[in-house]
Each structure stands twice: as C-alpha cells, then as structure tokens.
Design a protein around this ligand. Structure first.
Ligand code: ADP
Length: 319
C-alpha cells in the first residue's frame, strides 16, 4: 500500500474531520502518500483529488462538518459512474480508499471492492443507524446539541406550563430522539421503531398535569414527523398548551464532542491498519468499548433493533 485516498460522503457529521486527520496522519506515519477527494464520490468521478500532507489536516480536529466537503452522487450508483471513478483511482495510482459516511456510502465502497478496488468504511453519521457498531461518529455530538436545546426549551416550557414537542433528526432510526429523551427527561418518545397510540399519550399527559407537573416533553423523530399537527391535536384533546420545535440542521453542526473525536481518531487509524494489512471491503466500528472491523456486506445485513431497555426506562422515569 503506497497511496491511500480518503473521502467523506452522504450527510456530514461532527467528527468527520477528526477521522480525516487520523487517516491522513496514520497513513503518512506508515510511509504512505494520502490523497483527499473533494465532494465524496462526485469528486472521485470528476478526478477532484489533491495530495495531503501532515499540515493539510492541522487545526481541524475540533471543527464540525468536513473539510473534504460531502455530496450525494447518483452517478456513482450506476456501474458506468463507478467505472469512471475506478479509472480516476488508477490514473492517480491510488491503491486503497477510505470512505467516511453512512450506509449508502458503505454500499458504494462495497461495490468498489467488488470491482477489485480495496475500500474500507468508517461510520460517520449523526443518526447512529448502523447496527454493527454501538456508535457512529457524530451521534454523541448531535445528542449533546439536542440536550442543550431541550434544556433551553424546558425553561420556557416550564414558565408557560406547556407541552413541548421536540422534533429531531432520524428518518428510519430514532436513536437521537430516544437517547436525548432519556438524557433530557422527556415523558414520551415517538420513533419509527415503536408503535404508539395518541389517546394513551393524551392520557399520560393529563395524569402528569393532574399530579402537578408544570410541563412535559415529547421527543419525536423526523421519521414520525408532523410535530406541529400533533401539537394542535393534543391541545384540542387535552386542553394543554402545546408547542412544537423542529431542531433541523443545528443537529448536524458544531465542534465534535470528546467522545466523537476519540472514536474518529481510533477508527481512522484502524482503517489505515486494515489497508496496510491488505484487507478490503471492511468497515470499522466500536463494540463493547473496543474498535472492531467487519465485512461490509455482513455489517449492512445486521438488522437494527430498538433498545427496548432504554425505551422502557424513559417511560418508567417519567411517571
Ligand atoms: P449516507 O452515506 O449518509 O447513507 P447516502 O445514502 O446519500 O448517504 O449515500 C451517499 C452516496 O453513496 C450516494 O450519493 C451515492 O453516491 C453512494 N451510494 C449510495 N447507495 C449506493 C449504492 N447502492 N451503490 C453505489 N453507491 C451508492
């Protein structure tokens, strides 16, 4: 392994830069040249690569977003597009690719591997929607951003004795809503993985109010959606003043937490180690506090399961 390329793809996540830094510095430490690819697979097809040195990744460990930029590239999903990307990799003399992104980006990496090009995936997404790893890079930072927002909304919600519905990111995976709900003291969690009944929610809110709770919080994942309409329906059914707040893209930004920087650094180094060992088509992750690697195909086949213990605990702690 002489030349490694690195790209960030799909939705950006805080900590991607720390991973880019770790890959770059570990590769150079091991005697490799490193090329950064701008705008994910788009840049790969367009030949938008540049050589990186030690200082290319200086002063970025604390920065959110990704210095390599991210993009979605439909052309890469087609065989023809991937062939173009492969040609570019060959022209630049690249021997291995590190892809930082989510499941879509991993599928791209898997396809490149199947075409004979060594590729390794690092999980970078705030959604935490990859079942093979306990945590993805960016999730912890996003959680902390959400907690900060909940704390602020709580102040006004308490003063006006309102119900707050807080809509957070997570189209298919409710982990942000679930974990932020536990940490933020929410009463109810509405996520794509669990069924719910609106009348039961209203009953719980009325009971809470009757026992003297000044305010309540519902955490709702983007995949459920409709938070404004839900607020109106609950107000009509219970008489409780209800407001919805959609947090949106603030959840994607910000300086990465210590945890995200640590796992990004470890995973970046691991990805380089795998390429140096001649491995391909693997993803790195963290399981039971250890950095692991796994076949991409196997990793993507693992079905996500709701953490029922946490889900139940939120309910127990908010009686
Ligand atoms: P994420 O990686 O965050 O899940 P996307 O699903 O948008 O984000 O995927 C990012 C990019 O990965 C896509 O724009 C596309 O270029 C590539 N990609 C996604 N799915 C595939 C696929 N099935 N085959 C090849 N490339 C894919």
């Amino acid at each position: 392994m002489k030349k490694i390329a690195i790209l960030t793809s799909g939705g950006d996540a805080p900590g991607m830069n720390a991973a880019v830094r770790a890959v770059t510095r570990s590769a150079i430490y091991n005697g490799c040249k490193v090329y950064g690819v701008n705008r994910g697979y788009r840049g790969l097809i367009d030949g938008d690569l540049f050589e990186m040195d030690l200082s290319s990744v200086g002063d970025i460990i604390h920065r959110g977003g990704t210095i390599l930029k991210s993009a979605r590239c439909l052309e890469f999903i087609e065989e023809e597009g991937r062939q173009k990307a492969l040609n570019v990799l060959r022209v630049f003399g690249i021997d291995g690719l590190v892809v930082i992104g989510g499941d879509g980006s991993f599928q791209g990496a898997q396809k490149l591997s199947e075409m004979g090009f060594p590729a390794i995936g690092i999980p970078g997404t705030i959604d935490n929607d990859l079942a093979y790893t306990d945590y993805t890079i960016g999730f912890d930072t996003a959680l902390n951003t959400v907690i900060d927002a909940i704390t602020k909304i709580r102040d006004t919600s308490y003063s006006h004795e309102r119900l707050s519905i807080i809509e957070v990111m997570g189209r298919h995976c409710g982990d942000i809503a679930l974990y932020a709900g536990l940490a933020g003291g929410a009463e109810i969690i509405l996520i794509p993985e669990a069924d719910y009944n609106e009348d039961d929610i209203c009953k719980k809110l009325i009971q809470s109010k009757n026992r003297g709770k000044a305010h309540s919080i519902i955490m709702l994942a983007e995949g459920i959606g409709g938070s404004q309409d839900l607020a109106e329906r609950i107000k009509d059914k219970t008489g409780i003043e209800s407001r919805a707040t959609i947090l949106g893209h603030i959840q994607r930004g910000g300086s990465p937490s210590a945890f995200d920087r640590i796992i990004a650094s470890q995973m970046g180094a691991k990805a380089v180690e795998l390429l140096m060992d001649g491995k391909s088509s693997r993803v790195v992750g963290i399981k039971n506090n250890s950095i692991i690697d796994m076949d991409i195909h196997e990793a993507l086949a693992i079905e996500r399961k709701l953490n029922k213990d946490i889900y139940k605990l939120v309910d127990v702690l908010s009686i």
